[in-house]
Design a protein around this ligand. Sequence first.
Ligand code: NAP
Length: 255
Amino acid sequence: MPLLQNHIAVVTGAGSGIGRAIAKGYAGEGARVVLLDMNDKAAADVVSEIRDAGGKAESFALDVTKRDDCVAMATQVADKVGKVSILVNNAGIARRNGMLGAAEAVINDWEDIIAINLTGVFNVTHAFLEPLRAAKGRIVNIGSIQSFVHLRTPSSPAYTASKHGVLGFTKALAAELGKDGVRVNAIGPGFIETPLNEKMRAANPALVQVFMDHTPLGRPGKPEDIVGPAIFLASDLSAYVSGTIVMVDGGYRTI
Ligand code: NAP
C-alpha cells in the first residue's frame, strides 16, 4: 500500500522548488495534497502535473504571513477537501545581507524573513492545529543548515535566526503535542538547486564552490533529494520519531 494512503497533506510554498517536489512525492504515495502558495498560478500548475500523473491535489492562494487568512484557509480546506493529517511548513525566502548594510535594507530583511520563515510557520500550524490533533497528525517543518551554523557562507542574521527558530519551534511543539499523538519534526536542507538561489548560482559560482567545499557528497542537492526524508517523516515509517531534524545536506556539517 502507498505510504500516505488516506492522508490529506497541506504543503505551503508548494508552487516551486522543494515544496513542489514534496507535494508531488506525497501525491505519488497516495496522499491527497493541498498546495498553498502566494503564487497561486505556480501551485495550480503543480496540481495539473499531479492530476496528470493520476494523483489527487488542489491548490489555494495563501500568504502565510496573513494570520487571519491562514485561519480562513483552514476552514476552507476542512469544508472543501477534508481533515488534514499532514502539514509541511515549507514556504520561505532567503536573503544574504549582513547586519552592517544600509539600515533600511537590514530592517526590511529582518521583518520580511521573520514574518515568512518563522511567524508564517506559526500562523499555519496554529490554524491547522485542530484537525492535526484530531488525526494524530504529522508536522514537517523546513529548517536549514542555518538552523545550526552561520558564518561559513554569507547568510543574513534574520535568515539564520528564522531557521534556528524553526528548529526551536519544532522541538517545543513536539514536546507539547506528543501526548496527542502528533509528531513534529524538521528537515534541514543543505544547498539545494531551486529558483530561490537561481540568481545567486548564476552570479556567484565562487560561493557555490564554498558550499561544495563543505559538502562531502560533492554535489548540490536537488529538490527531489528532500522527498524521501519528507515521506519518511510524514508516514508510519517514522512512528517513534519526534522533535528531531533530519539533515539532507550532503554531509555539510561534518567538515
Ligand atoms: P522557492 O523555490 O523560492 O520556493 C518557495 C515558494 O514559497 C515559492 O513558490 C514562493 O512564492 C513561496 N512563498 C514565498 N513567500 C510566501 C508566503 N509569504 N506565503 C506563501 N508562499 C510563499 O524556495 P525553495 O528553495 O524551494 O525553499 C523552500 C524552503 O526550503 C524555504 O523554507 C527555504 O528557506 C528552505 N531551504 C532552502 C534551501 C535551498 O538551498 N534551496 C536550503 C535550506 C532551506 P514566490 O515564488 O511567489 O516567491
